[in-house]
Design a protein around this ligand. Structure first.
Ligand SMILES: [Zn+2]
Length: 275
């Protein structure tokens, strides 16, 4: 397709639709990748079963593409027309087509969020390679944030992609910072998070806080050290606000490092527009 001949409205419509499709795939990643990751950890470290056993999910073989998506209640495989991003959920009034079980509004919300953020990026950075690099960054952050919200382990595959995407976009000068700043940012993120983990590792959430280290390495590579420092400062402040606001009413938010990972992802994303 010759992009130079399409109107602005058509361009936005294409990006918006692309965002919905990707959002639908991110829903699959958010649900399945942590299950696959924990299964892999269990296979590699049988001695750590107890720590890993709090994971959800079925016991059958699972990849990102198989088995087909099914209704968790009646187990019916979704037809293509029941699986169209956003539209199917609206058409079915948020219920399974077979058993009328309500389907979480989070699925269309993730699709809509991905679509809107993709549109913002495309409008702000135009048809450039930077847009593609930042789209990948955005998709990774959405996945990481929702996996953290679910209280699941952060899969290494996602944080490694974050790191490599940050480094490669800097090497090819399509990222937010130059390569020197990217490397310093990755080192600063890793050392800072490792220090925090070392201080907190005797607390109840020390193990999960370890998951923050690769996230911060990847973010540092993408954002550079100064933006990463700003992100950390804002996130820590918000984290304490969540602590105070949540107190004991909100489910163990008080000891939940995932609140922090989620905030880090959201603030990092916002910093794209500040840079
Ligand atoms: Zn059903």
């Amino acid at each position: 397709m010759d992009l130079s001949n399409i109107s602005y409205t058509q361009f936005c419509a294409i990006i918006g639709f692309f965002g919905l499709i990707v959002g639908s795939f991110l829903n699959v990643i958010i649900y399945r990748l942590p299950i696959m990751y924990v299964r892999q950890l269990k296979a590699e470290m049988p001695g750590e079963r107890n720590e890993l056993d709090n994971n959800r999910g079925a016991t059958s073989a699972l990849t990102l593409s198989t088995p087909r998506s099914t209704c968790p209640t009646c187990n019916t495989a979704l037809r293509i027309r029941d699986n169209v991003p956003l539209l199917s959920w609206v058409a079915l009034k948020g219920k399974c087509a077979h058993c009328d079980t309500p389907i979480s509004a989070r699925y269309p919300a993730v699709e809509l969020l991905t679509s809107i953020l993709s549109l913002f990026l495309a409008i702000q950075f135009g048809s450039t390679l930077t847009t593609i690099a930042l789209l990948l960054f955005t998709f990774l952050l959405i996945s990481l944030a929702f996996i953290a919200i679910d209280g699941q382990r952060i899969p290494t595959a996602l944080t490694q992609m974050l790191l490599w995407a940050g480094l490669f976009s800097s090497v090819y000068e399509i990222g937010l910072v130059e390569i020197k700043m990217s490397i310093i940012g990755a080192l600063a993120g890793g050392l800072g998070a490792a220090l925090l983990w070392h201080i907190k590792k005797h607390c109840s959430y020390g193990v999960k806080l370890k998951d923050l280290i690769p996230v911060m390495v990847g973010l540092g590579a993408t954002l550079g050290p100064s933006a990463l420092a700003a992100v950390s400062l804002v996130s820590v402040t918000l984290h304490f606000c969540v602590h105070i606001a949540a107190a004991d009413r909100f489910y163990h938010a008080k000891h939940n490092p995932n609140v922090y990972v989620t905030l880090v992802c959201i603030v990092s994303y916002s910093s794209i527009y500040a840079l």
